[in-house]
Design a protein around this ligand. Structure first.
Ligand code: SF4
Length: 265
């Protein structure tokens, strides 16, 4: 995920992380945590979700379980059969061997696919355990720990990353990987789940990559990027263009600069 170039010309944000969570949860929530899958199934689902839509990944997951019955059977299965089962999810030639590899390694490391021990591990150790699995980075580890086990682990996807940059909650040079650590330190553990779902919903529905709907945004009053986007729609101010990544680009006023790194709490 490239850093948002508008961040370099943003004023300081006037909304804190906690306030933004409150406002966005009020708009889109409430979000109640109910584990949807156990950690091993969530891991497979997460791999299937990479670079595809929820609809496609759900269909691929259902087909995989229908075909093999259990994840133990998937681990023993033929890669070609796995590939055929998950074909509606896209990138099946990459994901099929990865799923088999991940499940096999889980069995080798743990002796079973019961990963409930991750619930009791210190959070950083639990993340490290998952990240030793091929294809599991900080975002996937965060999703597995958060959604399957209710642990306060960050999972920063492209929508959350974009909203945080536009709100000035992370600086321009903060990578997505680094954003996980910064935001995890800044968000109260009991609010991580609310943060994830409220920010991702906001990014999908309102603060879109292309043409964010700032006029409908409940955190607009505290957003240092709002003027850039509203000016694009015809108001006074600097000329702003939209890049292919959907971020506004302004070549004019630079009221204040945000720190290159760090987070506003
Ligand atoms: S004001 Fe616009 S840019 Fe800022 S968070 Fe809201 S939708 Fe996104």
């Amino acid at each position: 995920m490239p850093p948002d170039p508008t961040a370099a010309v943003r004023p300081e944000p006037s909304v804190s992380v906690a306030n933004a969570i409150g406002l966005l949860s009020g708009r889109y929530g409430p979000f109640n945590h109910e584990p949807r899958l156990d950690p091993a199934h969530e891991t497979v689902f997460t791999i299937l979700s990479q670079h595809t839509s929820d609809t496609n990944s759900s269909r691929a997951f259902r087909r995989l379980i229908d075909r093999f019955g259990t994840l133990e059977a998937v681990a023993q299965g033929d890669v070609g059969d796995i590939e055929e089962a998950i074909s509606p999810g896209g990138l099946a030639r990459i994901k099929a061997p990865r799923i088999k590899q991940v499940l096999s390694l889980m069995l080798e490391l743990n002796g079973s696919l019961d990963l409930s021990f991750l619930r009791e591990m210190p959070l950083q150790d639990a993340k490290a355990w998952l990240r030793q699995l091929p294809g599991i980075g900080p975002k996937s580890a965060g999703i597995i720990l958060s959604f399957a086990l209710g642990r306060p682990a960050m999972a920063i996807d492209t929508h959350i990353y974009r909203v945080c940059q536009r709100l000035g909650l992370i600086g321009a040079k903060v990578t997505a990987d680094k954003a996980h650590d910064l935001l995890e330190a800044a968000v109260a553990p009991e609010q991580v789940f609310q943060f994830h779902l409220s920010f991702i919903t906001h990014g999908r529905q309102v603060c879109k990559a292309q043409r964010p709907k700032c006029g409908e945004c409940v955190v607009a009053a505290g957003c240092p990027s709002r003027d850039c986007f509203i000016e694009k729609e015809g108001g006074p101010g600097p000329a702003v263009s939209f890049g292919a990544d959907g971020h506004g680009r302004s070549g004019a006023r630079a009221p204040h600069s945000l720190p290159a790194e760090g987070i506003k709490t």
